[in-house]
Ligand binder design. Structure first.
Ligand code: IMP
Ligand code: MG
Length: 214
């Protein structure tokens, strides 16, 4: 696959494929690749799929879109720990309507890079969501099994509305028909790290999203 089609910014309001700003393999900050990487020595990182500036630009767009869509309503963002932490904290800065935040932590049984869909709740919400406008904020939709579980679980608690905002999605990996109202970028079927996403708990602190070279 040519590097310039590595990922696509997804405009959730319009044609998914039409939005510009697709990122290619590039430097995270405009300099040489990984020049500012916290892990420059280990050689595990591959191409940068979404650079730091492009992430911030798209997260701002998503925040503005969410602010318009939920204007006049009281939004509750539910961040899925741990991967969504960086995304949620940046996203909230671009939401200019009243917003509350809560967190869930889930573990999905499976291998290091494949989830099974059998999900265990490690930390549940602090608050009841009955009658609330709930937006699940997730790092990535891979098979979609984890989110499918969360949608069923939270949906059974009678929220007023329940939507999904995912930073990344791998359409080719999808195992379930899952509707995510907001998606930041569609990426190819490659394991990625950075901006909250980990491999064996590492690399969450990278300010960009990169493939793992393994
Ligand atoms: P799913 O249930 O297959 O959709 O996987 C969901 C979870 O698996 C995500 O919330 C991530 O924690 C993890 N995951 C899936 N793909 C990746 C990846 O490329 N990098 C890091 N974590 C991933
Ligand atoms: Mg996750």
């Amino acid at each position: 696959m040519p590097e310039h089609v590595l990922c696509t910014a997804r405009d959730s309001a319009r044609d998914p494929a039409a939005a510009g700003g697709g990122a290619g393999a590039r430097s995270p900050h405009g300099g040489s690749p990984h020049a500012h990487s916290p892990h420059p020595e280990d050689g595990e990182l591959g191409a940068v799929l979404v650079g730091a500036e492009e992430l911030q630009r798209r997260v701002r767009e998503l925040g503005e879109e969410i602010s318009r869509d939920y204007a006049g309503r009281r939004l509750l963002c539910v961040g899925v720990l741990k991967g969504a932490v960086l995304f949620l904290s940046d996203l909230m800065r671009f939401i200019d309507i009243p917003v509350e935040v809560d967190f869930m932590a889930v573990a999905s049984y499976g291998s290091a890079t494949d989830s099974s869909g059998v999900v265990r709740i490690l930390k549940d919400l602090d608050t009841a969501i009955e009658g609330r406008e709930v937006l699940i904020v997730e790092d990535i939709v891979d098979s979609g099994l984890t989110l499918q579980y969360l949608l069923r679980n939270l949906g059974s608690r009678d929220p007023e509305s329940l939507e999904v905002c995912a930073l990344l999605r791998k359409p080719s990996r999808s195992k379930v028909d899952l509707r995510a109202r907001y998606v930041g970028f569609e990426i190819p079927d490659t394991f990625v790290v950075g901006y909250g996403l980990d491999y064996a708990e590492r690399y969450r602190n990278l300010p960009y999203v990169a493939a793992l070279a393994r």
